[in-house]
Design a protein around this ligand. Structure first.
Ligand SMILES: Nc1ncnc2c1ncn2[C@@H]1O[C@H](COP(=O)(O)OP(=O)(O)O)[C@@H](O)[C@H]1O
Ligand SMILES: [Mg+2]
Length: 218
């Protein structure tokens, strides 16, 4: 799939720095004159906001694994059609906080109930070939990520699950990155925040240059 823009996703365990790093990278790129679009999953569209609330706040629904996957994928299909494809066709640098690899890592490797090939087929149905140009994996031991979370009392439904689950998620991410090294860049997220940000900027500027994307005159 070709598009004028560049599609970059951020993946990694809870507290690895995805959201704060992505925002700082977006500000940096915008300051350099690049057209940047920041978004996230779940919740990147109005429909997605409602789905996000269901997934993260409704602990009373007993959502079964396949229903959970389909809710994430409904969010994603809407996000691809309403936000991601239009922005990419428009030549924007799209920075997305979690995407398809989260489904493979959490619902696949983490829960371990749905075979990965079934998950991949379902994801394909939702994204219709839209995979990231680059995926940054902010990797760190799960305990360290949890220690960073500012408000551990307000953990959402996924964060409340056992550490063992999150360790499988981390190993899943690392396996995905090993299987597709041309798409993934694995960064050591135990480094100081500034060092991670510096690495993100370097990798991203190199990618934008490689893709022929130039800052727009302002
Ligand atoms: N490399 C780092 N060193 C120390 N603290 C960090 C680092 N990266 C992120 N943090 C802190 O950890 C917390 C979680 O970061 P956040 O970006 O929200 O992670 P995520 O979105 O991956 O869950 C924030 O308070 C953030 O400032
Ligand atoms: Mg976050």
């Amino acid at each position: 799939m070709t598009h004028a823009g560049v599609f970059i996703t951020f993946e990694g365990p809870e507290g690895s720095g995805k959201t704060t790093q992505l925002r700082a990278l977006a500000d940096f790129l915008a300051g350099q004159g690049y057209p940047v679009r920041v978004t996230r999953e779940p919740g990147g569209t109005p429909l997605g906001q409602d789905i996000r609330a269901l997934l993260l706040e409704r602990h009373d629904l007993g959502i079964v694994p396949r229903a959970e996957v389909l809710l994430f994928l409904a969010d994603r299909a809407q996000h691809v059609a309403q936000v991601l494809r239009p922005a990419l066709q428009n030549g924007q640098v799209v920075l997305c906080d979690r995407y398809a690899d989260s489904t493979l890592a959490y619902q696949g490797y983490g829960h371990g109930e749905i075979p990965l090939d079934e998950l991949r087929a379902a994801i394909e149905f939702a994204v219709q070939g839209l995979w990231p140009d680059r995926t940054f994996l902010l990797d760190l031991p799960v305990e360290q990520g949890f220690r960073r979370l500012t408000n551990p009392g307000a953990k959402d439904r996924l964060e409340n699950q056992a550490l063992a689950f999150h360790r499988r998620v981390r190993q899943g991410y690392l396996a995905l990155a090993r299987a597709e090294p041309h798409r993934w860049t694995v960064l050591d997220a135990t480094q100081p925040w500034d060092a991670v940000q510096r690495a993100l900027r370097e990798h991203t500027l190199a990618l934008l240059q490689q893709r022929g994307l130039r800052p727009r005159p302002r």
